[in-house]
Design a protein around this ligand. Structure first.
Ligand SMILES: *Cc1c(COP(=O)(O)O)cnc(C)c1O
Length: 364
């Protein structure tokens, strides 16, 4: 029987999909979870009760509002989206990346991104059948301006994705270089601001200066990863094209109502982000003082660090044995050799992580 399946799969599933590795999410049961850039703070019982009350009358027998009109209004108000820009919502920004990629995919068209960056740009290109071009960053995870401009000239990408701040480097790319990339590209440039709440820079005021720029954000890293809500901001004409291939009910009733509730309490999320930013500084200083660790400055809610020698794998495993799950970036890209990435957690979680890392360093 099994062989039958294999033969059929080999025959019918397209090779680009057969060759893919599915996105791996490790089991975090019982571990201190510092691997996925989640906000570690929950909500008090009072808030939870109000939130659940806001869902009480949900018309769960009905399809959701396909245009999310109320939710878009809240997003606009809470996040000060300029009135001349349109909004499109996705089931996480992952879905928005997929929609943009599907809309431009035709034989020969290219999606370009610097690397290492967010893995979904490449994964989605591969399964959509869009050619993916990755342009290596410099050793400090900055944009290599000449290499980017040359690649744009050569490949004429339909779309370029730039994460600002970048993941996994955590840094903000140089804005002059970003502008040059936008100006020398005929295709679309999507600025992915998944981590904007932890950063003091944004592209939002600049998008209307250009015909080919869209901004993408998500509520995930802000503290609502479970809701799956991302949004694309930009010129209405562009978004109207993408909206044609968005599945009509991509944002479910519970997400629409919950997001509206939490947007009314966005200030709480901003306070949580302030705590995370302050914890990031503490954690940075502690990692920076450890012998055998090189930590990179970050404008996001995580820190990338390099372990001296060939110790990343061993340190990652040793942390796991001590009950701490972080992300092994080592092995995913040559520039990330011996690198690990840790999400900034609550103070007590960060302390356990630093202590465990200290022990792991002594052990090796
Ligand atoms: C996490 C992340 C996303 C994905 O966000 P979702 O809205 O949860 O799908 C997008 N871009 C970058 C750079 C990320 O790190």
């Amino acid at each position: 029987m099994k062989q039958n399946h294999e033969a059929l799969i080999a025959k019918w599933i397209k090779p680009a999909v057969q060759d893919l590795q599915s996105y791996h999410v490790p089991d975090a049961e019982g571990l201190i979870k510092l691997d996925a850039m989640e906000n570690p703070y929950g909500w008090s019982d009072d808030y939870r009760k109000q939130w659940l009350d806001s869902l009480k009358n949900a018309d769960i027998n009905r399809y959701p509002d396909p245009h999310c009109q109320l939710l878009k209004k809240s997003l606009r108000q809470t996040l000060s989206i300029p009135n001349n820009l349109e909004l499109m919502l996705g089931n996480g920004s992952d879905e928005l990346i997929q929609i943009v990629a599907m809309a431009v995919a035709r034989p020969g068209s290219v999606l370009l991104a610097p690397e290492p960056s967010f893995v979904m740009y490449k994964m989605i290109s591969q399964f959509i059948g869009l050619e993916y071009i990755g342009v290596p960053l410099t050793e400090n995870f900055e944009l290599d301006e000449n290499a980017m401009l040359a690649a744009i000239e050569q490949h004429k990408p339909a779309v370029i994705f730039l994460a600002y701040p970048n993941n996994p480097g955590g840094n903000l790319f140089d804005k002059k270089t970003l502008n040059k990339i936008i100006e020398s590209s005929e295709g679309l440039v999507v600025i992915d601001e998944a981590y904007h709440i932890f950063s003091d820079a944004s592209y939002i005021a600049d998008i209307s200066k250009y015909k080919n720029v869209l901004l993408m954000r998500t509520l995930s890293k802000v503290g609502l990863a479970g809701l799956r809500l991302g949004y694309l901001v930009g010129d209405k004409q562009w978004l109207d094209e993408f909206d044609k291939i968005r599945l009509p009910y991509n944002i479910n009733v519970l997400t629409q109502l919950s997001a509206e509730y939490f947007l009314q309490h966005y200030h709480e999320l901003e306070l949580q982000a302030d705590k995370i930013i302050s914890n990031r500084q503490t954690l940075f200083n502690e990692l920076d003082s450890l012998e055998g660790i090189e930590v990179f400055p970050s404008s996001a809610n995580f820190l990338l660090f390099r372990c001296q020698g060939n110790s990343a794998e061993q340190i990652f495993n040793s942390l796991l044995e001590r009950g701490v799950l972080i992300k092994k970036s080592h092995g995913s890209h040559p520039l990330l050799d011996q690198c690990l990435r840790v999400t900034v957690g609550k103070s007590e979680e960060n302390e356990i992580f630093v202590r465990s890392l200290g022990s792991a360093l002594v052990e090796k």
